[in-house]
Design a protein around this ligand. Structure first.
Ligand code: ZN
Ligand code: ZN
Length: 420
């Protein structure tokens, strides 16, 4: 089978994962024409003479995975140092990170700070292999916030934060209602798909305790206002009930991490129609490997505060009916654990919910329901053929994509380990 997208491709003898029913459906063929799924039809019909037929021999056919919280340009776990790398080195280091994500079955990602339109476009043009990117451009951070990596004493806060202009910076520092409005407009003009803000303290930054809220309500409302004007939405990094609550009350749509959310906060999120994007795997991996990979001591000390609570927050979200998207948020060499979040989710919430978080719920977050994260007529043909049943054993989706026999991205064959 060639790797062109032109002809019709028929996936035969598979079991199609139905994400609503939580079942594998036999007796259906998936017909792919160009970049989209044209139809699902009952098996047994003769293939069109020009069609290529791939017998998947009883394997699972499921949508490509979607990770709603990545930083593809974060090749160094120390984000302060990451920002200081020369631009070309940042971009070249992103190439294997992107390729490995795709090989793990992530055909789409939402970048939560760093990646921009140009990188997304480079992938769309086929210049480099990687997931389709929904870029945030630079995340917005207040002075002294989670995106401000200036160390105490080394630079005055009144000096411009030069890292904001480098490729390796995940965030830019901007304060004040008028200035944040301008920053949102600039990010959108530069091609951001959605706007990311830092609405509470964080782990990876040196001078902002987790318990701090960040940005005034007036600033958050202005940011949301500008995003809505451009028919998009705001995603906010937030840990504490206080930070989460004010963010969703100001109109933020997705809460990133949300580790310290309690039952009441989850209920408020549900009330406002907010969505959670937990990123539990990053705390597990930072605790285990952070020191080895250069995470600063200030950051290591913060991990314990959010690691255990994060597991509890997932249960609060589930209890309150808050939809949860899949997030990994891994940095540097820890990217290889991207699929481990599936294992954590499966343990806490079951396999189906784990898979839904990285498919249909994720597509909803991206406002691409029916187009991404599903095997359905009209959807983009992002398809995985999996050796195993992920509903009964999530292991077939873990690791580095070893059990993904076929990966299609918009109909293009990225991997085919099956003979035709
Ligand atoms: Zn964050
Ligand atoms: Zn992040």
């Amino acid at each position: 089978m060639s790797d062109t997208t032109a002809a019709t491709l028929i996936l035969r003898n598979g079991r199609v994962l139905d994400l609503d029913k939580g079942q594998l459906i036999s007796g259906l063929e998936v017909i792919i024409a160009g970049e989209r799924i044209q139809a699902l039809r009952p098996a047994g019909q003769a293939a069109e003479p020009t069609a290529r037929v791939l017998d998947v021999k009883g394997r699972t056919i499921m949508p490509g995975l979607i990770d709603c919280h990545v930083h593809v340009l974060a090749s160094n776990a120390n984000l302060g140092l990451n920002a200081l790398q020369p631009n070309a080195i940042v971009m070249y280091r992103a190439i294997p990170i992107l390729k490995a994500m795709l090989e793990r079955g992530f055909t789409t990602v939402r970048d939560a700070g760093g990646a921009d339109w140009a990188l997304a476009r480079s992938i769309a043009l086929g210049l480099i292999a990687g997931p389709r990117i929904f870029a945030s451009g630079k995340a917005l951070s207040q002075t002294g916030g989670h995106g401000d990596f200036r160390a105490r004493g080394s630079l005055l806060a009144t000096e411009p934060c030069t890292c904001c202009f480098r490729a390796g910076a995940i965030a830019r520092v901007v304060d004040g209602v008028d200035n944040v409005r301008l920053a949102v407009r600039e990010e959108l003009q530069q091609g951001a798909n959605q706007i990311k803000i830092m609405a509470s303290g964080g782990v990876a930054s040196p001078t902002d305790p987790i318990a701090n809220t960040q940005y005034s309500e007036a600033e958050i409302r202005a940011i949301v206002d500008e995003a809505r004007a451009a028919n998009t939405y705001v995603m906010a990094h937030a840990y504490t009930p206080r930070a989460i609550r004010r963010a969703v009350e100001c109109g933020v749509r997705t809460i990133e991490h949300g580790n310290l959310a309690d039952a009441e906060t989850a209920r408020i999120m549900r009330e406002h129609g907010a969505i959670a994007v937990p990123t539990q795997v990053t705390y597990e991996m930072l605790a285990e490997h952070g020191e080895k990979f250069g995470l600063p001591a200030e950051s290591l000390a913060k991990i314990a505060d959010v690691r255990e609570a994060g597991r509890q927050a997932l249960l609060h979200f589930a209890e309150a009916g808050v939809p949860m998207g899949y997030g990994s948020d891994l940095l540097g060499e820890m990217h290889e654990y991207q699929t481990w979040e599936l294992k954590i989710r499966a343990e806490l919430l079951g396999n189906l919910e784990a898979i839904r978080s990285a498919t249909c719920v994720a597509a909803h977050i991206l406002e691409r329901d029916g187009e991404l994260g599903c095997i359905a007529a009209g959807a983009l043909a992002d398809v995985l053929v999996v050796d195993g049943d992920p509903l009964s054993s999530i292991e077939c989706l873990l690791g580095q994509g070893e059990r993904l026999d076929v990966i299609l991205q918009a109909g293009k064959v990225i991997k085919n380990g099956l003979s035709i």
